[in-house]
Design a protein. Structure first.
Length: 342
């Protein structure tokens, strides 16, 4: 399971070789104990407290501890000091970043992202017949950007980087413009905004992306890939460039989970707080998106590359396949479980 700590003031420590989560609810202290072998990762906000014995127990059981900002984006993690994979993968990753193979991977990831956006719009048509012509037109516009990227030629990523970013940005603008036309107008969503989120939809989406970033980084680390050594995104100081590259095809996972909540009108004023020039999720909002998004990633089964898999399992397999393609080996499997939120 993934253990999410969302309640401010929560204290996580160890008692009798078990994780104990301690927090106050409605003036009463509550305690919950969880066996370490049942936990795969722990996600904590800045307002929670963590004991060193809890860190030590997590490291013993290879449990990932992630510290996140208020918007859900990871700022750091505790991870075992051993790499857990061969350094040969990282050497091959560096070599690949400097040759034509990086161009192929970069185009593949961005094209798949745009194709997923087009597919998302296409799936909206069956339930929105009055808007069918508009949605079909927008779908074709998005697909055109993917075709243009596929046609780009270059020996190294810098040869095509600016054009890829431009076409990707155009697809994104069309995509979110289209979503703004089908999301209930009462939510005030008119397009993508990040920091701060200008409306509740963007606040939920930002938090879902934060969850996805931490999941992608973990998938890459487990596969032996260096999350800092990217192909398209620049290798700036402390930038998770490969996370930003690899995440692209999976962004629609976050968008779909959030869209479901808004299209079914499950979100209301109790889930967000107004801040300066925008909105942020409160405890109830975070609980809602965490439960729904993790269920979408870890419990729903889809047909993926000829197999029945969860979306997270598919993402992990993709990370292994990417890593092993660098050194010419077959990929391995990994298992996922359910979250517990406090």
């Amino acid at each position: 399971m993934q253990l999410f700590i969302n309640t401010p003031g929560t204290y996580l420590h160890v008692k009798d070789e078990l994780f104990e989560v301690r927090f106050t609810k409605e003036g009463k202290e509550e305690k919950h104990q969880i066996a370490a072998h049942k936990v795969t990762s722990i996600i904590l906000p800045k307002a929670a407290a963590l004991s060193t014995d809890a860190i030590h127990l997590a490291l013993r059981f290879n449990i990932d501890i992630i510290i996140v900002k208020n918007d859900g984006h990871p700022v750091g993690r505790f991870w075992h000091s051993k790499l857990g994979s061969t350094t040969k993968i990282r050497k091959a990753q560096l070599e690949t970043s400097l040759n034509t193979e990086a161009v192929i991977w970069t185009k593949k990831w961005v094209i798949k992202k745009i194709e997923n956006q087009a597919e998302f719009i296409h799936d909206l048509i069956k339930h929105r017949q009055p808007q069918a012509d508009y949605l079909k037109e927008q779908e074709e516009k998005i697909k055109t950007q993917a075709v243009s990227i596929a046609a780009l030629q270059g020996e190294k990523v810098p040869d095509i980087a600016d054009k890829v970013r431009g076409l990707e940005g155009t697809a994104g603008r069309i995509y979110f413009e289209t979503l703004s036309q089908v999301i209930p107008a009462s939510y005030g969503f008119s397009g993508r905004s990040s920091r701060p989120a200008k409306d509740p939809f963007n606040a939920f989406l930002n938090y879902a992306y934060g969850i996805l970033y931490s999941r992608v980084e973990r998938a890459l680390i487990l596969a032996g890939v260096d999350p800092y050594l990217g192909f398209l995104h620049r290798d700036d100081y402390n930038q998770l460039s490969m996370v930003y590259d690899f995440i692209e095809p999976y962004r629609t996972h976050a968008e779909t989970a959030v869209f479901r909540l808004f299209s079914s009108k499950k979100v209301n004023q109790t889930h967000t707080d107004e801040i300066t020039n925008g909105f942020s999720l409160n405890t109830e909002g975070k609980k809602l998106i965490v439960e729904k998004f993790i269920d979408y990633l870890d419990n729903e089964t889809i047909r993926y590359n000829g197999r029945n898999l969860t979306r997270m399992h598919g993402m992990q397999l993709d990370a292994h396949q990417f890593a092993n393609s660098l050194i010419g080996k077959e990929s391995t499997n990994t298992d996922m479980n359910d979250p517990v939120t406090f």
